[in-house]
Design a protein around this ligand. Sequence first.
Ligand code: MSS
Length: 363
Amino acid sequence: EADAGPLPEYVEFKDADALIIHSNNTIETKRDVFGVQPITSEHQLYVRNNVTPPDESIVADRDAWEVSIEGVANPGSVTVGDLKRMGVETVAMVLQCSGNGRAFFEHETSGTQWQTGAAGCVLWTGVPLRTVVENMGGVADGAQFVTGTGGEEIPEGPNAADVMVERSVPLDVLDSILLAWDMNGEPISLAHGGPLRMIVPGFTGVNNVKYIKRVAMTEVETDALIQSQRYRLVPLGESGSPEFPSVWQMEVKSWITGPLEDAASGMHQITGLAFGGINAIDSVEVSLDDGETWEDAQFVAPDLGRYAWRPFVLAKDLAPGSYRIVSRATDSEGNQQPEATEPNQSGYNHNGWRAPGVDVTIS
Ligand code: MSS
């Protein structure tokens, strides 16, 4: 584990004690920090940037930020100020990096060895993209994807597509997408994509493009490297290419948040978090013997909607001994976390229940 601090300047406002700093642009929330919190504070939320974020000056006059809307009958630019007059909605959503849990795969993976903390559940407020598109005459004929472009300054030239953050998601999720300006009721910080971010509920982190400057309904997926070769479920030993599935929808997942350390015998509340990803969460079980026997856990916070996570508890009177505590969630479609996740080259979409288990000795 990396030491706390110093935090890079653009995330200086964060709580260093709550975070594992892997690098300047990969910062994870410590496992014990989550507890049973239904919403993750911005001070504790993980950060991941693929390229250097834009200058702080882009959040100086937020309402003036422009986003170009293309692939509609009447394309054009709109400002955040314009968007705020079109409509507003709020969604509670798990924001989770595609690589969260990479450290739990058995094969060697390059990339940040995230454990459980490249995830958080936050509230996004913004206008539904559907409303914006209807205001501009509707989706252009033939469109099949929503393609969002990040606002980083990318030097033009033949290599631009190798570094730019541009992601395409299927057009059939258009109705759930937001163009958001607030996170947890505050203007989105630069670190998390202010002044405007494209939010695709139920899709992994990378699809939620920060400082969005262009949204296009496109016939094909972008050829940016981050879409065409990276963030794909590539079989071991192969290299990234558009023939392999894109990392899009998140799957059902849960993990234990406590106890994480040895403790004295007696009454304990086993705690954790569970979410369904693209589907709602239905239920979660806990095992104290590495999956031999399971008991139903109980949700302890209101249901904040299909895309949110739900904290759970299981009260146990623990006698002295060794325990391996694991959790296994089921979504509203009956999908259950697998024991282990099928390996993929870059270690994306980990949701196996066994590997994130916690060893605790009770004395
Ligand atoms: N966006 C942009 N513009 N840029 C970058 O870099 N990254 C991604 C997303 N978006 C980016 C963007 C990723 S990759 C992630 S995870 C996310 O974001 C994160 O978020 P936060 O807010 O937490 O930082 Mo992985 O799948």
